[in-house]
Design a protein around this ligand. Structure first.
Ligand code: GRF
Length: 204
């Protein structure tokens, strides 16, 4: 923290509509990290937010997750980021980042966790035939989609819904709920006492 306000970094890979909602809500974003060329990158640039492209070179078995995670952590530290918000980031990161930023990485997931974890949450909910799904904002831990839940909201599945139509209605909720929850989280962190290298537990 530089002036007592936690510095927020956002990790994104895709369309960036959740990132756009965070920016539109006026939540100060100090850095956007992307793992590939994507619309989120252009969105951040046009909003005047600094962008680090930490290119993921491989999507195969040779992908070095630890080395990649170290590059992401390096980018976050260079920009003195205190709190990280994942917004559709397509790479699962390795354990060290969850130690360095313990309790300070947030995620929005398009389902009511602990149901429908994973990358195809909307498709899986439709396939299961549930009548209600939704969205979850949670603290991210090494185990994917499993950390403490901060906020949830239900979304009804309508007859004839496709993965796209349902996901879009869920995202409409995410675009309100995630910025609100991030803002509250940042306010709660204003009183924390992080050390210069971003390590250390919150004091309350
Ligand atoms: C959101 O539904 C989020 O929950 C999921 O990825 C989606 C990102 O959407 N993890 P966008 O790329 O910001 O539009």
């Amino acid at each position: 923290m530089i002036d007592g306000s936690p510095r927020l970094g956002v990790l994104a890979s895709g369309a960036g509509s959740i990132l756009g909602a965070i920016l539109e809500a006026g939540v100060p974003v100090r850095l956007v990290v992307v793992d590939r060329p994507c619309a989120a990158e252009q969105l951040a640039e046009s909003a005047g937010v600094e962008v680090e492209v930490v290119t993921r070179e491989s999507f195969g078995v040779d992908f070095d997750r630890d080395a990649y995670t170290a590059r992401v952590v390096d980018a976050l530290k260079r920009h003195q980021i205190d709190v990280v918000a994942m917004a559709g980031f397509g790479t699962v990161l390795a354990a060290p980042i969850f130690d360095i930023y313990a309790g300070r990485i947030l995620n929005t997931h398009p389902a009511l966790l602990p149901s429908f974890k994973g990358w195809h949450a909307v498709r899986d909910a439709l396939a299961a035939g549930v009548k209600v799904t939704g969205t979850t904002v949670h603290v991210t831990t090494e185990e994917v989609d499993a950390g403490p839940i901060l906020a949830q909201e239900a979304v009804r599945v309508e007859p004839g819904d496709t993965e796209e139509s349902l996901h879009e209605r869920i995202k409409q909720v995410e675009r309100r709920l995630y910025p609100e929850t991030i803002r509250l989280f940042l306010e709660s962190q204003s009183f924390s006492n992080h050390t210069d290298d971003n390590k250390g537990a919150a004091t309350r």
